[in-house]
Design a protein around this ligand. Structure first.
Ligand code: ZN
Length: 170
C-alpha cells in the first residue's frame, strides 16, 4: 500500500466512523460553521474543564474531507490543554498551507490530509472543523454564548460572510 493509499484509508475510516459524533449534554458552547464553497456544515460542541479540553462533539454533513477532518480534530484536541490543542490546530493549518515540515507526532491522523493541501478548494473543507474548534475556544474562554459563523480562513472574511444568507439545514 502506498503512502497515498494509506492516507486515503485513514480519511475514509474517520468519515465512516467519526470519533466523537453527536452533541454534548450539559454545560458547553456550541458553534455552527459552514463552508459555502462545498456545502459542508458542522455543529461543534466544546466543554472546557479549566484549561483542559474536556470534551468535543461534532455532527454535520458534507464531503468526506470535511467530516473526516473534523473527526481527526476531535480526537487530537480532547484531553489536551487549550494551548496545546491550539498548537495542533495551528500545525494543521500550516500543513494545509504547506508551511514548514509537518509534525506527525503533533498532528496524529491529521497527517493523512497532507495531500489535500494541493487542492485549494478542498483545503477549506479540511479546515472547517479546526476553524470551528478555534471559534468555540474563543467563545468558551471569553464567556460568550455559542453562535453561527460561516467558514472563514484566518479570521478575515467574517464580517462580509455574516451578511450572507445561511444555507438551509440538509
Ligand atoms: Zn467539502
Amino acid at each position: 500500500m502506498s503512502l497515498e493509499e494509506l492516507y486515503q484509508e485513514i480519511i475514509l475510516d474517520h468519515y465512516k466512523k467519526p470519533r466523537h459524533p453527536g452533541r454534548l449534554e450539559g454545560d458547553h458552547v456550541e458553534v455552527r460553521h459552514y463552508n459555502p464553497v462545498c456545502g459542508d456544515e458542522l455543529t461543534l460542541g466544546l466543554r472546557l474543564d479549566g484549561e483542559r479540553v474536556a470534551d468535543v462533539a461534532v455532527h454535520g454533513s458534507g464531503c468526506s474531507i470535511s467530516q473526516a477532518s473534523a473527526s481527526v480534530m476531535s480526537e487530537q484536541v480532547i484531553g489536551r490543554s487549550v494551548p496545546e490543542a491550539l498548537e495542533v490546530a495551528e500545525g494543521f493549518r500550516r500543513l494545509m498551507h504547506m508551511q514548514g515540515e509537518p509534525d506527525e507526532d503533533l498532528l496524529g491522523d491529521g497527517i493523512a490530509f497532507a495531500g489535500v493541501a494541493r487542492y485549494p478548494v478542498r483545503v477549506k473543507c479540511a479546515l472547517l472543523g479546526w476553524m470551528a474548534f478555534k471559534d468555540a475556544v474563543v467563545r468558551a474562554t471569553d464567556g460568550l454564548d455559542g453562535g453561527e459563523t460561516l467558514h472563514q480562513e484566518d479570521g478575515d472574511a467574517a464580517t462580509a460572510a455574516k451578511a450572507q444568507k445561511l444555507p438551509e439545514e440538509a
